[in-house]
Design a protein around this ligand. Structure first.
Ligand SMILES: *Cc1c(COP(=O)(O)O)cnc(C)c1O
Length: 448
């Protein structure tokens, strides 16, 4: 097998800048993260690719160029990032980068054409909900049905499909209650229906490290690269990745990418590629830290409920394990034989790392949650997620504030629900920080 840059080059309509075809397919996730799309520069030997800021490219004769003409249509940095992404998202062959996760979503939805129907997981990312309900409904006559993919039975899900259902939109885990969707089950329901809709999975929360939806049968994976893939909270960007049998669809998205022009800059592409080189290291650390923080929360008398699918006590723990990517499973299984500095195996209490997002319900309500959030020393009170630094927020009033209260409570997003993006600081420091903030929020407040 050849590296995926070949596919991207074909997709770009130019094979001349295809890098040396090395058999990267045999290499593991971390090796591909570091090497694919990052081959030393053939003309200078630079080990790290230069940032190509030029917007235009010299042609030796009319139409005779080296693969690049104008930077919106393609540039070396975006091309290198796309090549890396197509390799990292297991089962991928084509990747397209956009100027945000939201632009990626918009482009994928636009590609299905006018007067179609979509079925979406009910607690989908707010911006995706807004695009379905307030943009695509108006501009392309899209109708969307929102279904609880976790709890609805097969008949209910099938009954939501129509003859013109062209798109199924999945997010798993969901945000912020970290419910799981059985992706292979939804894929097989989609395949069993005459409409045979495309199955799209927003894989932002787990990143390509923990979950490989294309290997589970999905047609398109989308990411907000803004989160774990860039990982340093300094780039807004998105991407769509497709498997080898979707060349036509990939070409259509490539056409739209250029036509809309919602493309990332060379500088941002370079930064995101720099970030993704450590994705495997960060995701392992996020997962181990999140599991430790989740366990500390579970032990606390000040916490009612911890939502982390990696916890052995979480009702979704077995499904979480079944949904793990091949490399994620290998990491989780190997942990059983590894011990930390204190001689303790990270899975000695059962459970396993499953991404860096942890939500919990604090005892009390908005006041206690607010006291907790402002008493944190290391977790910064802020929206977003997926960076190396730990963040904490109150979904009901921040990320999910635009959802009407009634719907919020149906989704389990109360005033006492706190969402943590557990970073890659030292686990002990994060656990201590959460414990002291709970103490301040509930114990000390009771005794003043
Ligand atoms: C942030 C996010 C998006 C949107 O991405 P932007 O880069 O902010 O446009 C989409 N889906 C999920 C799950 C997200 O967390």
């Amino acid at each position: 097998m050849t590296i995926t840059s070949y596919s991207n080059a074909v997709l770009n309509g130019n094979e001349t800048h295809t890098r040396k075809k090395l058999p990267y397919a045999v290499d593991g996730f971390g090796t591909r993260a570091i090497h694919v799309g990052s081959e030393p520069n053939p003309s200078t030997g630079a080990v790290i690719p230069p940032i190509s800021l030029s917007t235009t490219y010299k042609q030796d004769g009319v139409g005779n160029h080296k693969g690049f003409e104008y930077s919106r249509s393609g540039n070396p940095n975006r091309d290198a990032l796309e090549t890396a992404l197509a390799s990292l998202e297991a089962g991928g062959a084509y990747a397209l980068a956009f100027s945000s996760g939201s632009a990626t979503t918009a482009t994928v939805v636009q590609s299905i054409g006018p007067n179609a129907h979509a079925v979406s997981v009910n607690d989908v990312y707010g911006g995706t909900f807004r695009y379905f309900k307030r943009v695509a409904s108006e501009t392309q006559g899209l109708e969307t049905t929102f279904v609880d993919f976790e709890n609805a039975d097969d008949d209910t899900i099938l009954a939501s499909f129509r003859d013109n259902t062209k798109l199924i939109w999945i997010e798993s885990p969901t945000n912020p209650t970290l419910r799981l969707v059985d992706i292979p089950r939804i894929v097989s329901l989609a395949r069993s229906h005459v409409a045979n809709p495309l199955v799209v999975v927003d894989n932002t929360f787990l990143s390509p490290f923990y979950q490989s939806p294309l290997l589970l049968g999905a047609d398109i994976v989308v990411h907000s690269l803004t989160k774990y893939i860039n990982g340093h909270s300094d780039v807004v960007m998105g991407a769509a990745i497709l498997p080898p049998h979707h060349l036509k669809l990939a070409e259509k998205l490539r056409f739209l990418q250029n036509a809309h022009g919602a493309v990332p800059s060379p500088y941002d592409s370079w930064l995101a590629q720099r970030g993704l080189k450590t994705l495997h290291l960060r995701m392992k650390a996020h997962g181990i830290n999140a599991l430790k923080v989740a366990r500390a929360l579970q032990r606390s008398p000040y916490v009612k409920d911890v939502l982390y699918p990696g916890l052995e006590t979480n009702p979704r723990n077995a499904l979480a394990y079944r949904l793990l990517s091949p490399h994620g499973k290998k990491f989780v299984d190997n942990l059983k034989s590894v011990t930390d500095e204190d001689g303790v195996s990270p899975d000695s209490e059962g459970g396993f790392p499953y991404g860096g997002m942890v939500s919990f319900r604090i005892r009390g309500g908005a006041a206690e949650a607010n006291r907790f959030l402002t008493a944190l020393r290391l977790f910064t009170l802020a929206e977003s997620l997926g960076g190396v630094e730990s963040l904490a927020e109150l979904p009901a009033q921040m990320t999910h504030g635009s959802i009407p209260e009634k719907e919020r409570s149906l989704l389990g997003i109360g005033d006492n629900l706190v969402r943590l993006s557990v970073g890659v600081e030292e686990a002990d420091d994060l656990v201590r920080d959460v414990e002291q903030a709970l103490q301040v929020a509930l114990h000390d407040a009771d005794h003043v």
